[in-house]
Design a protein around this ligand. Structure first.
Ligand code: NAD
Ligand code: WQD
Length: 339
């Protein structure tokens, strides 16, 4: 089975490529390296011990994208390729609407034109916005997205729903909560090409000395210690959920041709809990300070994972300790000059 993995050189895509190969699938990576490095391909090959198929293409270029399908028989697609920096999307929304929506539209058009089947779309917990009732389930009504990035995911899901209603191929949207951590080999992980803004890379970059301090954004939230609550999920658990989604589609277990699933651990942790876990697990003293709230942050969000647990037959295997342990191992590996 050939699985097209768009954005397969990126953070979640690279981990998913490894899990696909582990399960006997043949991933075909399509990426334009707009937010990833070419050497990730060698790292994947080192982990799996074989060559991986790779095509350099911009998914916004429909001709180039269609060529992938004429050159290869594609049995399923996992569409990761997108821009994901929330702050940048506020300053340059059209960059986000163009890349994230055009790439999706091109692929779905090609699916219709070539009568293909089995499509998995990377969505995000950011589609939920601020929610009153926790944990959030797939049936929770979506609030207005907090950023153009989040809006591309809301619109992307609507495009998926409308297209699948009018077509007869099958698709799944997966809403990731807060992916973090790295592969146990420390050969792949999140390789920030710009200064990261996500909590765990900010922590590891501070601990290694690339940054001076972690600022805790807000201490007056209505949570157990006043800091925001999020659902951190190990990237390898996320990767494995994609195999479960592909298998549900190819084995025709889905009663409706479009489904949506939360991918989270089901547990909420505060910012201070993450920092304390990092210090405990790594033995590193972290330099951090308390700061004001960051605009656009929701107070708390964590997933109801019942649907994914039941219908994808999937649940997380790795917790917060393993997330910070593997993230720290990865940070040390990418800073090791002798590597
Ligand atoms: P990433 O930036 O590491 O990976 C995305 C990959 O897509 C990169 O390799 C990039 O070069 C490639 N890409 C982007 N636009 C492309 C295009 N037009 N043509 C070809 N390649 C292109 O991001 P990630 O963290 O692996 O995220 C993967 C997906 O998951 C994205 O859709 C993202 O929005 C979604 N997501 C990520 C998170 C997170 O926190 N990491 C959370 C929720 C959802
Ligand atoms: C986590 C918590 C911050 C940095 C983002 C996207 C979301 C999804 C996942 C893609 C928050 C706090 C952070 C720092 C801090 N991505 N924090 N100091 O904002 O929950 O979600 O990534 O789809 O769409 O919005 O993740 O890692 O930025 O923040 O105190 O230096 O850590 O306030 O409470 P977030 P994050």
């Amino acid at each position: 089975m050939n699985v097209l993995v768009t954005g397969g050189a990126g953070y979640i895509g690279s981990h998913t490529v490894v899990e696909l190969i582990n399960k006997g699938y043949t991933p075909i990576i399509a990426d334009n390296f707009s937010n990833s490095r070419r050497d990730i391909l060698l790292a994947i090959e080192k982990i799996v011990g074989k060559k991986v198929f790779f095509i350099e293409a911009d998914l916004c270029d429909k001709t180039a994208t269609k060529k992938i399908f004429s050159d290869h028989k594609i049995d399923a697609t996992i569409h990761f390729a997108a821009f994901k920096a929330v702050g940048e999307s506020v300053n340059d929304p059209l960059k986000y609407y163009r890349n994230n929506l055009l790439s999706l539209i091109n692929l779905l058009e090609i699916y219709n034109e070539l009568k293909l089947d089995n499509f998995v779309f990377s969505s995000s917990c950011s589609v939920y916005g601020e929610q009153e009732i926790l944990p959030v389930s797939e049936s929770s009504p979506l609030s207005q997205a907090e950023s153009p990035y989040g809006n591309t995911k809301q619109i992307g899901e609507e495009i998926m729903a409308d297209t699948l209603k009018a077509s007869n191929f099958n698709g799944i949207a997966l809403r990731y909560f807060n992916p973090a951590g790295a592969h146990e080999s420390a050969l792949i992980g999140e390789y920030p090409l710009q200064a990261p803004s996500n909590l765990i890379p900010v922590i590891t970059q501070t601990a290694i000395g690339k940054r001076n301090t972690v600022t805790v954004f807000g201490t007056d939230y209505n949570t157990k210690d006043g800091t925001c609550v999020r659902d951190y999920i190990h990237v390898v658990d996320i990767a494995k959920a994609h195999i479960a989604a592909i298998e549900r589609l190819i084995n025709k277990k889905n009663p409706t041709n479009y489904e949506v699933y939360n991918l989270g651990s089901g547990t909420g942790n505060t910012v201070l809990e993450v920092i304390n876990t990092f210090e405990k697990i790594t033995g590193q003293k972290l330099n951090y300070n308390m700061g004001p709230r960051r605009s656009g942050d929701v107070e708390k969000v964590y997933a109801d994972t019942t649907k994914a647990n039941s219908f994808l037959n999937w649940k997380t295997e790795l917790g917060l300790e393993e997330i910070v342990r593997s993230a720290w191992k990865w940070e040390k590996a990418i800073n090791d000059e002798s590597r």
